[in-house]
Design a protein around this ligand. Sequence first.
Ligand SMILES: Nc1ncnc2c1ncn2[C@@H]1O[C@H](COP(=O)(O)OP(=O)(O)OP(=O)(O)O)[C@@H](O)[C@H]1O
Length: 352
Amino acid sequence: MKIDFHCKFSFYLLTYYCQPRLTIAILAQTIGIEKSMIAVNFHPQTLIELEHVSFAYPSGGGDTDVVTDINLSIQRGEWVTIVGSNGSGKSTLAKLIAKLFTATRGAVSYHMQERPPIQLIFQNPDAQIIGETVYEDLCFGMENYGISREIMRERALEALSKVGLAAHADAPVSQLSGGQKQLLCIAACLVLQPAVVLFDEATSMLDPLARTKIAAVAQQLHREGKTVIWITQWLDELAYADRVVALHNGGIVFDGSTKEFFYGSISDSDWAERTDRSYAGGLDIAAAETSSPNDSTEFHHLPRDGWSSCCERLGFVPPYSVQTARALLQQGFQLDPLPVSTTQLGQAVRAL
Ligand SMILES: Nc1ncnc2c1ncn2[C@@H]1O[C@H](COP(=O)(O)OP(=O)(O)OP(=O)(O)O)[C@@H](O)[C@H]1O
């Protein structure tokens, strides 16, 4: 019995380093508890840290900051979604995180062994594809990173099968659909084996089916241990997130759980303070850290004059699942847990 326990424990420890999320999921299922109860007991590893980062595009009329005093740290294995309205600075922040831009003030630091540390996937796949064929495109990145020719084909096929394009390895890129091209861009990242994959509105040019496919691939990568930063304006995509970071006028005005983003209430004075701080001083790191992504706090205080969550404060309309849940809450139903997706809504209603 004791030996059996030690064997299993060593197995979990070993596999945790290779596949942290998968290991936590299996372990949680084996001993019949919530994943989050285990995850919080492992030390988080900060991969990316932004400290007081500001950025201004050089322009004729004086340089104005479009990203202002950002303090942000990304932990290994997290799925962080960044939201914000048009022009709020999401893409600029993405390029700062990936070190494609150098901060005007402040610093971006990486704490990981993987090279390259991070890869980006942009909105428009055509702007990222270089090769004539699928395989050629994957080779381009691998050559740049000095990956030996002997393992290129194997790596390419492995990445293509992860995104469901293995059968198209030798196809001309011109024969791929928009969704398949975006999948190719993901494969082009995966062959380089980065620790972090950053999707900058990668689904915004795709139809609902292709969007779902890209999201499913990203979720699978996340389950296998990849750290995902997901930039979007589709609020139904927040359901994939452990943590939401909201930008407003180049500053962070929210850093917390998806549930808190939709159901937490922000008073007028708190919002005024957050939006003020987003211009001058940034969000207080200590305050942001107290709002853990795994926070199980419930938000059952119902608003009298409409909802004033961060979602509304930013001018967004919550997804159908959240709107329905709120209507049920207002009718006096107690939903547990508060849903952020249609699947969770179904579960919460069934549990009533
Ligand atoms: N190359 C550039 N030169 C000058 N200003 C720029 C440049 N690119 C972006 N900006 C400005 O920086 C601000 C932030 O732009 P950014 O693209 O980061 O926002 P965003 O939140 O990603 O917007 P969207 O959702 O529309 O893609 C905007 O006011 C934009 O006009």
